[in-house]
Design a protein around this ligand. Structure first.
Ligand code: ACO
Length: 398
């Protein structure tokens, strides 16, 4: 007889850790998170300092290379991004194969994966410069890939990047530019989008980054790995949470209804939760939520918009943070609590929120992909606890 249980004892210690709550799957020098203190560092630099003083492309260089770029290195990266930000015309015709009403993330998973069919040189990259080139290509192309998935869904012609514009401004003009008129970039919106990109660029071993690393451990090409990351990000428990926050705030509808919502969130017989509150790692303020809240206020003031959802969100936060239920469980606003309000104020439709996140997170994904190339621990291969049938023998159905 086969004794399945003895298999595990013969293999020595086997940790059973569903959800990987207590498993460090790799070593990484990219991002540090201290959830108890609410600290997030990229390569040692606090996220608040980078969001205030740096910009997304500098941050992408930092994540990929470990140090901030010199002026010359920055210029070289800008030039490289400018020469790789177009999509092959055949990639554009690819879009037309999708249903018009396809979700932008569904299109992105497909098209980013398909890029490997256009760059055969990435199938077996041995040279470090070629790896950098593949990473640069991905960062460069992502804004057009995302914007095209949106313009296709609303039946508008795709726009090409304009190399006179910076990364965030280019994304805005490709998203919102009319085919018949010049698009004038609003610097306040461009800056806010750049901050969103910086804040979302990396967050150590989250589900999508772990997915990228797992795919990369088999030697899969970078386009395939990032497509896997995009697929993982799409889930509502990961990249889709800011959409859920907006829906919740709309449902609450007015400040008077907040106490009712708080009471529901505390009621264990009710499945309602305060979306945008709590985090698997942060048991304190998510440092990104403060920065996003400030940007949301700034953009709304600049646009002269008065979004009642911002008032509801701020009042909800104030009340929740004084409530014993939330204090005792260390539930604080996370990055998603204000990001939906900000993106909506900027004109992004809800189905593009996760695509914006994907553009930003590409910097982190390619940095982890690059980091992994220097390691030699072999293919990632988790084990399992088998709970199925014991050995039995085949007999034909009678
Ligand atoms: N509202 C009400 N109660 C909550 C909330 C919430 N948002 N979050 C956690 N709790 C309660 C739980 O009911 C539980 O209470 P109990 O101890 O009485 O049973 C306690 O707090 C601990 O909750 P867990 O689910 O075990 O906490 P965990 O750290 O595993 O979950 C999570 C984190 C999934 C983010 C959770 O806080 C949540 O569902 N938040 C709302 C969704 C959300 O905002 N997700 C985005 C996260 S950020 C990101 O992924 C980019």
């Amino acid at each position: 007889a086969v004794d399945i249980q003895s298999l595990y004892s013969r293999h020595g210690l086997l940790a059973f850790d569903p959800g990987f709550r207590s498993t460090a799957a790799c070593k990484s020098a990219i991002t540090f998170v201290d959830g108890d203190k609410g600290i997030l560092l990229y390569r040692g630099y606090p996220i608040e300092e980078l969001a205030e003083h740096s910009d997304f492309i500098e941050v992408a260089y930092l994540l990929m290379n470990g140090e901030l770029p010199t002026v010359m290195q920055r210029t070289q990266l800008d030039l490289a991004l400018g020469s790789h930000n177009l999509l092959h015309e055949q990639v554009l015709s690819f879009y037309r194969g999708f249903r018009r009403d396809a979700h932008p993330m569904a299109v992105m998973v497909g098209v980013v994966g398909a890029l490997s069919a256009f760059y055969h040189d990435v199938m077996n990259i041995r040279d470090a410069n070629d790896r950098q080139l593949a990473a640069t290509r991905l960062i460069a192309k992502m804004p057009m890939l995302a914007a095209a998935s949106y313009t296709y869904s609303i039946g508008r012609p795709m726009r090409y990047p304009n190399n006179k514009l910076d990364y965030a401004s280019n994304f805005l003009q490709m998203m919102f530019g009319s085919p018949v008129a010049e698009y004038v970039v609003d610097p306040v919106l461009a800056r806010a989008l750049d901050v969103i990109f910086t804040l979302h660029a990396d967050h150590e071993q989250n589900a999508s980054t772990s997915t990228v690393r797992l795919a990369a451990s088999s030697g899969a090409n970078p386009f395939a790995c990032i497509a896997a990351g995009i697929a993982s990000l799409w889930g509502p428990a990961h990249g889709g949470a800011n959409e859920a926050v907006l829906k919740m705030l709309m449902e609450i509808g007015s400040v008077e209804n907040i106490p009712k919502a708080i009471a529901r969130a505390k009621d264990k017989d009710d499945s309602f939760r305060l979306m945008g509150f709590g985090h698997r790692i942060y048991k304190n303020f998510d440092p990104r939520s403060r920065v996003i809240q400030a940007q949301a206020k700034k953009v709304l003031t600049h646009l002269g918009k008065d979004d009642p959802l911002l008032e509801i969100a701020m009042r909800l936060e104030e009340i929740a943070l004084k409530d014993e239920y939330f204090i005792g469980r260390k539930l604080y606003p996370n990055v998603d609590f204000y990001s939906g309000i900000l993106l909506r104020a900027m004109g992004f439709p809800m189905n593009m929120f996760t695509a914006v996140f994907a553009v930003a997170r590409t910097a982190g994904w390619v940095s982890h992909w690059l980091e992994l190339q220097g390691e030699s621990h072999g293919i990632d291969r988790p084990r399992q606890l088998y709970v199925g049938k014991a050995l039995r023998h085949y007999s034909k159905a009678k």
